[in-house]
Design a protein around this ligand. Structure first.
Ligand code: TXA
Ligand code: MG
Length: 315
């Protein structure tokens, strides 16, 4: 079920099957992005509501230009600066993109993943790959082939193993309204990097009502164990009669409690890479509570805090 055979993955995808796909952000649940049946299978396997559109992955900007149109100047600049990489652009689609991919919206989300296995596969396919994160809807995204296998193993034909994801959180989503760039999801490409290419951008990622993207829903990316955010020593004291675990940024607070440190070196990239895997590990301990703290709000820290806040949010 798990393996590194790109030819096998290609053959299954050409037959309309869906597979686990490694990328540098998180693993995707991939199928032929031009085939309605494969896309339907993706929605079903993930238990994903049909109003939540899919991202199409291609080997490069040229590939993406085959199924999009009227690409804004700023989008081309970003694509040239950051693809392959953790950047998703919302672009006007053309007739090749089935309605199911975009949930009927006029724009399609597109990305070129920076992962050698994914790129090799995409270069050999005559269609882009529709791939949402390979987790059941609402749960933490997978960053290893084993994570995919644990949750969706019986729903996919094959899981292409590309090792641990280097970035560890989903791509940053950028769209354009009246030629103005807007961030819809904070992610693996820092906003500072985007602004260094196209200047100041607006962030719309925090609207809770009528979300454009369910990554924007308040409660998302959630483990089963409740998470409480705050000052960890205070939280440990308040909850000392419960079975607790701690997820901290860069230090250990108590030797007797199961805990994970996101980055002992206080590095936002390292913290992002560890976040989902550590949340999964702590969730697997089946304790009463996970106590966690926010990280410094810079670089990938914005996306990390966004995921922590959403995973801790009430229903
Ligand atoms: O890093 C990533 O982006 C990963 C890897 C596999 O590429 N994919 C990923 O896909 O995170 P997914 O489906 O879990 O999240 C994509 C987000 C969703 O919240 C979806 O609603 C939004 O992108 N989205 C997709 N197409 C859209 C569109 N046309 N307009 C607005 N939002 C869109
Ligand atoms: Mg997702």
């Amino acid at each position: 079920m798990i393996g590194d055979n790109i030819i096998k993955a290609k053959e299954l995808l050409e037959k309309g099957e869906i597979i686990g796909l490694p990328t540098e952000t998180v693993y995707g649940l991939a199928g032929n992005g031009f085939a309605e049946d494969a896309c339907t299978a993706i929605f079903q396997a993930k238990n994903r509501p049909s109003f939540d559109p899919l991202i199409l992955h291609s080997y490069g900007l040229e590939g993406i230009q085959q199924f999009t149109q009227n690409i804004p100047e700023a989008a081309i600049k970003l694509a040239k600066a950051f693809w392959p990489g953790p950047l998703t652009l919302l672009l006007e689609r053309n007739e090749l993109v089935p309605d199911i991919v975009t949930s009927g919206l006029p724009r399609v989300a597109v990305r070129v993943p920076n992962h050698p296995t994914a790129l090799k596969l995409l270069q050999q396919l005559p269609f882009p790959l529709a791939a949402p994160s390979a987790n059941p809807f609402g749960y933490i995204s997978p960053t290893t082939a084993q994570h995919v296998s644990a949750q969706l193993g019986n729903k996919v034909a094959y899981i292409l193993d590309g090792g641990n994801c280097n970035i560890g959180i989903e791509s940053t989503i950028v769209g354009f309204e009246n030629d103005e760039a807007i961030i819809y999801r904070k992610g693996g490409l820092a906003i500072e990097a985007i602004e260094s290419i196209i200047g100041k951008v607006n962030i719309k990622a925090h609207s809770d009502s009528n979300p454009k993207a369910p990554g924007m829903l308040k409660r998302h990316y959630s483990p089963t164990t409740p998470i409480i955010l705050g000052d960890i020593p205070t939280l440990i004291d308040t909850h000392k009669n419960k079975n607790i675990a701690v997820l901290s940024f860069n230090q250990k607070y108590n030797n007797n409690i199961p805990h994970k440190i996101l980055s002992p070196l206080s590095d936002d990239g390292e913290a992002a890479k560890n976040l989902f895997a550590y949340l999964r590990t702590l969730d697997g301990l089946n304790l009463d509570l996970i106590l966690a703290e926010l990280v410094p709000e810079k670089g990938l820290g914005l996306a990390i805090n966004d995921r922590l806040l959403r995973s801790a949010a009430g229903e």
